[in-house]
Design a protein around this ligand. Structure first.
Ligand code: SF4
Ligand code: SF4
Length: 309
């Protein structure tokens, strides 16, 4: 391999670190054979529930060369979002940690665009696109291929010594780069996430039935929530971190240092009563920048009312 490919890769990793990314790995763009078979089986079993958009663009989803013209490399980046503080009232409806601060889609995309601009300025003319959970890209698969971590039995990407509270983004670019090797799977015999999932959504290692997952039910599912789920939801109002919270690798998680991911301090102080009585005005104030805003006030109200029975 020409040594300049290594030099470019090192430049990109160093810049990614400067931008606040906690991990950066590179893979050659190509067909995701194993993942394509798994995705096909998962979709055919209907485990994606009402997320019909996942059925679209199958070819692009499993091959980034069909998504970005001339794609040669996938640069995966990770951004820590583990918070230093959590909600104060243990009885209050629980918000997933990823939704505490500014919507990660915007934060990561801005940083990825900066990374691409840096590459253009230092390496040469490079065409590429930034993706953050926004297009048919199998982000965990690429992050794992790029050696940033492994896919745990809870289907999250796990980073050795740092856990799983990371956002993932990608730059798909038309330049060849030195690639990384996949990380070792360190789940071993552990199955804490599977045994702790209150709804039994992890039906096998790395196999999630989204229709049973609290995260899907509270964020994506728009119909009436199934009554039998109420007692199992452990007061989750938006997303669910249970299978991450129990993971031994997350005992080593350290808080992020990205000010944009800090929550509205008043939101952390909200009592159970505050949540139950929350009006649209307050919702807009607490979640003006958060990913919660995407779900909308009505969806959060529906979830709160459902939890209250
Ligand atoms: S997010 Fe919650 S409901 Fe979904 S698999 Fe994990 S523990 Fe189960
Ligand atoms: S809880 Fe155990 S099995 Fe699940 S992801 Fe963590 S290490 Fe792997």
């Amino acid at each position: 391999m020409p040594c300049y490919l290594n030099k470019y890769a090192n430049l990109i990793r160093a810049k990614a670190r400067d931008l606040g990314f906690s991990g950066c790995g590179i893979s050659a763009a190509g067909f995701l054979d194993h993942e394509a078979r798994r995705l096909d089986k998962w979709l055919k079993a209907g485990m994606h529930g009402s997320m019909h958009y996942l059925e679209n663009n199958f070819d692009k989803r499993v091959d980034p060369r069909k998504l970005v013209e001339g794609a040669k490399s996938v640069i995966s980046v990770l951004h820590n979002y583990f918070p230093s503080k959590v909600q104060k009232d243990p009885e209050a409806p629980v918000l997933s940690k990823y939704a505490y601060g500014t919507d990660y889609h915007f934060v990561l995309k801005d940083k990825l665009r900066e990374l691409l601009a840096f590459m253009n300025a230092t390496i040469g003319e490079i065409k590429g696109r930034a993706f953050v959970d926004s297009a048919p890209v199998m982000d965990r698969a690429w992050a794992a291929r790029s050696g940033t971590g492994w896919i745990g039995k809870n289907t999250n990407l796990l980073v050795k010594g740092a856990g799983s509270f990371f956002f993932i983004g990608e730059l798909i670019v038309d330049i060849e780069l030195a690639t990384d090797t996949p990380a070792k799977d360190l789940c071993g015999n552990c199955r804490l996430c599977m045994d702790s999932c209150p709804t039994g959504a992890i039906i096998a290692p790395r196999e999630l039935d989204a229709r049973r997952c609290i995260s899907y039910l509270t964020v994506e599912y728009r119909d009436q929530l199934p009554a039998e789920m109420r007692d199992k939801m452990q007061n989750r109002v938006f997303g669910c971190d249970i299978c991450q919270d129990v993971c031994p690798h997350n005992r080593k998680a350290i808080p992020h240092n990205e000010p944009l991911f800090n929550p509205d301090p008043e939101m952390l102080e909200m009592s159970s009563e505050d949540w139950h009585g929350m009006e649209r005005r307050l919702f807009n104030r607490h979640f003006a920048r958060s990913a919660v805003k995407r779900a909308g006030y009505k969806q959060i109200k529906r979830n709160i009312e459902f939890l209250m029975g």
